[in-house]
Write a new protein. Structure first.
Length: 266
């Protein structure tokens, strides 16, 4: 059975490990917990494209026991000792590497890469038992939307093999404009996202995403698009299929409008 793909807004830092932050993000937590319930078929592994890893080409993590990368600053001391002990999958990593190369895209295997918080933060909520193998694919520097859509197309056959493809980022990511300053731009950009991902036909969706910087408040919401480009991979892997907004919330962290999306039917 073909699995859907996802673009998830993963929240801020290691929030599942901090009780107060977790209380403030209950809506997001419930949306992540619901993903396994949305999928009719059991999954064999997760392929994560995180906004927290970029390379010259599309690198693929191939360690069978990935370590942890604490890529955040100013959080409580205990969050620098947490672990998410899901196994990697060298077999899947080699298949991903081959698919990317066959598509004519630059790729390499990375046997040292561990889990960054764009990966372990949502997964500890989705699969808290850490019993699902996880492989990561990096973004490519330059953030070319078309290249990342092409990556998604290359990875699409994995959906028939029980691999859940997840783009992990945030639909709004401007750390210099949080709280009340985020309200107007995030609402305007989110309205464009809803029109693009849910209401547009597949050809229109791809065209609008290719020119996403023309969207209302685009650069206010994403001064750097590292947290937005994982969406392109999720769309590319399911480009002809229906888009659904399965999580939407206003006034997150004092002002942000935030959404997550599914492509294809669970």
């Amino acid at each position: 059975m073909k699995l859907p793909t996802y673009f998830i807004s993963h929240g801020g830092g290691p929030w599942p490990y901090m009780p107060e932050a977790r209380r403030n993000l209950q809506g997001l937590e419930k949306s992540l917990q619901d993903i396994p319930r949305q999928i009719a078929a059991p999954i064999k592994s997760v392929l994560m494209i995180s906004g927290h890893w970029e390379e010259a080409g599309f690198s693929v993590s191939s360690n069978d026991r990935p370590g942890m990368i604490y890529d955040y600053y100013g959080f409580p001391e205990h969050t620098y000792h947490i672990t998410y002990d899901a196994p990697g999958s060298p077999t899947l990593a080699r298949e991903v590497f081959s698919l990317i190369q066959a598509a004519g895209l630059p790729s390499k295997l990375d046997p040292k890469r561990g889990f960054d918080h764009g990966t372990f933060t949502p997964l500890v909520v989705m699969y808290p038992q850490a019993n699902v193998p996880v492989v990561q694919v990096s973004l490519q520097r330059g953030y070319d939307p078309l290249a990342h859509m092409a990556l998604g197309r290359a990875l699409a056959p994995l959906r028939d093999e029980g691999v859940l493809i997840v783009g992990s980022g945030l639909s709004y990511h401007n750390l210099r404009a949080m709280g009340a300053a985020a309200q107007a731009p995030s609402m305007a950009f989110d309205a464009w996202l809803q029109q693009t991902l849910v209401s547009s036909n597949p050809a229109e969706r791809l065209q609008r995403l290719a020119h996403w910087t023309l969207a209302p408040a685009a650069r206010l919401c994403h001064p750097q698009e590292d947290h937005f480009i994982p969406l392109m991979v999720a769309v590319g892997a399911a480009e002809d299929e229906v888009g659904t907004c399965y999580y939407h919330e206003n006034n997150v962290m004092g002002g942000m409008t935030v959404s997550s999306f599914r492509f294809g039917v669970g």
